[in-house]
Design a protein around this ligand. Sequence first.
Ligand code: GLP
Length: 258
Amino acid sequence: MRIVIEASPEAAARRAAARVAALVRERPSCVLALPAGATPQAMYAELARLHREEGLDFGHATTFNLDEYLGLAGDDPRSFRARIREDFLDAVNVAHANALDGATDDPARECARYEAAIAGAGGLDLAILGIGSDGHIGFNEPGSSLGSRTRVKTLTAETARANAAHFPSSEAVPRVALTMGVGTIRDAHACLLVATGAAKAEAVQATVEGPVTAQVTASALQLHPTVDVIVDEDAAAKLERLDYYKEMESAQTTLEGT
Ligand code: GLP
């Protein structure tokens, strides 16, 4: 794991966007997994700026949204599909944007279709991830199998509360979702986890320094060979080896001559 600690959420967003942009330049036909949520918004805005001002071209790229509420159609403004479209896709020129259909009447078939579509695209090059305060990635709540594939998952009350911003109340947040599995995410060639703010500090500590456990599904990333964890100081605040990660990153930056 490469742990990158930036001074502010804005700097973390720029760093994450630079990571994505480097991949898009190196491999224009790359396949990305995209998270919804508040955290990636600044990264998406920076990617949109790079597209607008520096010609970053997504014209050969493919994207797959990580997850979706079951029961919400893609044109529902509360759906993750609508959020990601508004926050990112409308501002760039992604060639093939894929999403789970929350309005499906056959969730198992929809999940199987999605797995096949990811495989058909050649697999994920980069899974971009946020993290829930309980350490989940996608909607892989505590207890999810670390080998799970895209499937239906019931959300915890904590997750419903955390995702209530676009709903009248946390009771109105759908409690069932479709999500890429932990295994689907782990099959990505590389992963990029972005976390900012003090509310994520415990989850980040457990992800990076805790045991690998289905109780903190992001901890499965410890088993992945190529993971960047980009956090701001607040989200890094509970890391026990904080100083070491900073030293390591500074040495790595020197090695890369950046
Ligand atoms: C939801 C999503 C996750 C996201 C998490 C954190 O649970 N399923 O993919 O990472 O929320 O969202 P935020 O960035 O708004 O804190």
